[in-house]
Design a protein around this ligand. Structure first.
Ligand SMILES: CC(C)(COP(=O)(O)OP(=O)(O)OC[C@H]1O[C@@H](n2cnc3c(N)ncnc32)[C@H](O)[C@@H]1OP(=O)(O)O)[C@@H](O)C(=O)NCCC(=O)NCCS
Length: 163
């Protein structure tokens, strides 16, 4: 899909290093590095996940990772390169993942955001995500987690966790 010169497509193994480094620097800072390139390669091959990238020409400028369960999905990671922010790249990535979730029969999408990441909280709110919980222990006490959720089918029925 190409919109505003930005192409959204499935990530390839060759993207894993860049995705891992963006995750470390833009999302996991201060928490330890879980989404290493090796792990990202495994996620790209994992049938329950979609790892997608946004490209400007051939350059990777953003990515998103979503896990799909039976009726719920979780937006595990999302980042846009600093020079490409506020250009709706993040919106395009989330909307692509939401469309697939809708087609897959998903009811609710959840996303965990670091409490101090007010920019991301504002971003998700304008996409229709609501704050549904706060968990002090989620990031091992380093920072509280704000749980946000969006219903793709009417009212949000809040049931968080594996089903
Ligand atoms: C959060 C993030 C993914 C947003 O990506 P983006 O491509 O810049 O977002 P968009 O351009 O699609 O923004 C759409 C709207 O969201 C809101 N928004 C986005 N960034 C915002 C910010 N920094 N402050 C306030 N509102 C913001 C605005 O309403 C914006 O519309 P506008 O630019 O017309 O005002 C990006 O800032 C990022 O990568 N941050 C670092 C990593 C991160 O926090 N990831 C999410 C946690 S998992």
């Amino acid at each position: 899909m190409i919109k505003n010169g930005i192409k959204i497509e499935f990530a390839e193994s060759a993207d894993a290093a860049e995705i891992g480094i963006m995750s470390k620097n833009e999302i996991e800072y201060g928490l330890g590095w879980k989404y290493t390139p090796d792990r990202v390669v495994k996620l790209i091959r994992d049938g329950s996940k979609n790892v997608i990238v946004a490209r400007n020409e051939s350059a990777l400028v953003g990515f998103g990772i979503m896990t799909y369960r039976d009726t719920q999905a979780n937006l595990d990671l999302l980042a846009v390169k600093p020079g490409f922010r506020r250009m709706k790249v993040g919106t395009q990535v989330v909307q692509w993942l939401e469309k697939v979730a809708l087609e897959a029969g998903i009811y609710n999408i959840f996303v965990q955001v670091r409490e101090r990441n007010v920019n991301a909280i504002a971003f998700y709110k304008q996409l229709g995500y609501l704050v549904v919980d706060r968990d002090k222990t989620y990031y091992r006490g380093v920072e509280a987690c704000i749980l946000m959720a969006k219903s793709l089918r009417g009212m949000l029925s809040y049931h968080y966790g594996p089903v």
